[in-house]
Design a protein around this ligand. Structure first.
Ligand code: V47
Length: 372
């Protein structure tokens, strides 16, 4: 099919895409600089359709943010608190049980569990957390602990990366979420999140995760102080690790929300940039299977449109999202399964409910909570 571009600089990129040739840094910049959003979107859609046809995925999931106490205090974060600060919380195992049981009759396939780097919690807490979820939700995949938390656990357990991952796996860890990468760049790291692991360490932890046989996602936090060059370099660094390990499953662009953060004077991302970033990610990350349009960040309406700009997944039902809503997100806190399917179908795609590994789910079993 012919693509008529308004921007002639996209034509050589189409040639590369059609020949299956890898896009380079300059191509990434040309895509970002182009005002032909529809042209960029059609390029991304071509690649998306080659991989996934008309399928668009979603997952029935539950988020649990077990603590907001965090010693890193990143400047872009509205979620974190110091231990003694108003609003600080840490769930006990009973709190976690209560949250899981409150939704026990729903066919939840994935429990997404992340929190702050809380120096008061012993390693045994994390193991017990995983065991608790596994006991109550034996059929769900536990996608938990970003590379930042894994690094912390390797330190406090004294086990190092490989052994800590083995211990977490044995306790029920099934997959690693993509958070904590932010922008894989030293300038952005030292300005916005200097107490957190840097880009080299994030990539090293993810390398260990993949070596341990765990799949992981990857993210980019965009729309703050980063430059377009830094975004494109971020994609290339992720792509290089993926070439070596093949361990990444999905990429999720995260649109920065400024409210209640130290960057609260920054404007929100635009719809143009949100769609462009989904499309550029699809085109640059040629070795990633899945690109998520995370509706929490960009709203469910734009996420639906993003399915035609390279995304093949809307993420999940969620129900109680905290990190972005504390930073002013106006999207709902959760979406019903029927609404996810409707958004996808109305955009001309076939909704497929999936598990964490993109296996289609037929009739998900209702858990009884470990035999009760
Ligand atoms: O690591 C923090 C980001 C991430 C803000 O792997 C913010 O399937 C916007 O990683 N504005 C957590 N973003 C979310 C995340 C995620 C979400 C959904 C699915 C998956 C997955 C991963 O949110 C953090 C950070 O990068 N974040 N503060 C903010 N103010």
């Amino acid at each position: 099919m012919e693509i008529g571009f308004l921007d002639p600089s996209l034509a050589p990129i189409l040639e590369k895409v059609e020949a299956g040739r890898r896009l380079d840094f300059e191509d990434g910049m040309a895509l970002y600089h182009s005002h032909d959003l529809i042209g960029v979107g059609r390029l991304a859609d071509r690649v998306r359709r080659g991989r996934h046809g008309r399928t668009a995925y979603y997952v029935y999931n539950q988020h649990i943010n077990y603590t907001n106490v965090c010693r890193n205090r990143c400047r872009f974060c509205a979620f974190a608190r110091d231990k003694a600060e108003t609003g600080a919380y840490t769930y006990t195992l009973d709190d976690v049980r209560e949250r899981l049981f409150s939704r026990i009759h729903e066919p939840i396939r994935e429990v997404h569990m992340v929190g702050g780097v809380n120096p008061s919690l012993p390693f045994s807490y994390y193991i017990d957390l995983l065991k608790t979820v596994r006991e109550i939700r034996p059929h769900a995949v536990i996608k938990a602990f970003t590379a930042v938390e894994i690094d912390h656990l390797a330190g406090i357990s004294g086990l190092g990366l490989d052994a800590v991952l083995a211990a977490l796996k044995a306790a029920g860890l099934g997959m690693i979420p993509g958070g904590g990468a932010e922008v894989l760049n030293d300038r952005v790291w030292s300005t916005l999140f200097p107490k957190k692991i840097n880009s080299e360490r994030w990539l090293a932890v993810m390398g260990a995760v993949h070596r341990a046989g765990l799949t992981a996602n990857a993210t980019l936090l965009y729309g703050h102080i980063e430059t377009l060059e830094e975004r494109v370099r971020h994609f290339i660094r992720l792509r290089e690790l993926q070439d070596r390990t093949g361990g990444f499953s999905a990429f999720i662009p995260l649109a920065f929300h400024a409210e209640n953060t130290q960057l609260s004077d920054l404007p929100p991302t635009t719809g143009f940039d949100d769609l462009k970033t989904v499309a550029v990610a699809r085109l640059m990350l040629d070795n990633f299977d899945h690109i998520k349009a995370y509706w929490v960040m960009i709203g469910e309406k734009l996420a639906q449109v993003a399915l035609s700009f390279g995304a093949d997944d809307l993420d999940g039902t969620i129900v109680e999202e905290k990190i972005t809503h504390m930073a002013g997100a106006t999207s709902p806190k959760g979406l019903a399964r029927e609404e996810m399917a409707r958004l996808i179908a109305c955009a001309g795609f076939t909704p497929v409910e999936r598990d964490s590994f993109y296996r289609p789910v037929a009739a998900a079993p209702i858990e009884t909570g470990g035999g009760s």
